[in-house]
Write a protein that binds this ligand. Structure first.
Ligand code: 5GP
Length: 131
């Protein structure tokens, strides 16, 4: 079972408009905004509006309409940003860190969308030295 949802996490505050964000897309299922510390020329976060801790929690507990609505939104954002090859873009990477080994920092599901340059190998962040 996922850990309990923390209603004071930073993305919950963004959803409640208690903290500003640079919004790029919103619909009843999802909100997308620019990452505060971009790791690529385009780095946008897409989050569900409902309170789910991680991708694991979301896929286990969310309703089918929530899951469909959220992933449709991810697609819409990738196209709206001009990243998707279907829109003439050069492609993008979608990434969701889930849990400790993945270094998930914010305990509200978010899909990172990276693009705007060749992104290199899949695990581009330098790993820590092996333990
Ligand atoms: P994680 O490591 O959990 O997958 O990624 C969390 C992401 O949230 C990081 O890329 C970080 O830069 C971003 N982030 C953390 N706090 C804020 C914030 O207050 N506003 C925005 N826009 N992004 C944030």
């Amino acid at each position: 079972m996922a850990k309990p949802y923390d209603h004071d996490n930073i993305f919950a505050k963004i959803l409640r408009d208690e903290i500003p964000c640079k919004r790029v897309y919103e619909d009843p299922f999802a909100l997308a905004f620019h990452d505060i510390n971009p790791q690529a020329p385009v780095h946008v976060l897409v989050i569900p509006k409902a309170p789910y801790v991680s991708l694991d929690d979301f896929l286990a507990e969310a309703t089918d309409p929530q899951i469909t609505g959220f992933f449709r939104a991810v697609g819409k954002v990738s196209r709206a940003l001009g990243l998707a090859e279907s829109e003439g873009g050069q492609g993008f990477r979608a990434l969701a860190n889930a849990g400790g080994d993945a270094h998930q920092d914010v305990p509200h599901l978010h899909v990172h969308l990276f693009g705007g340059k060749p992104l290199g190998p899949m695990l581009a962040k330098q790993p820590e030295s092996p333990k």
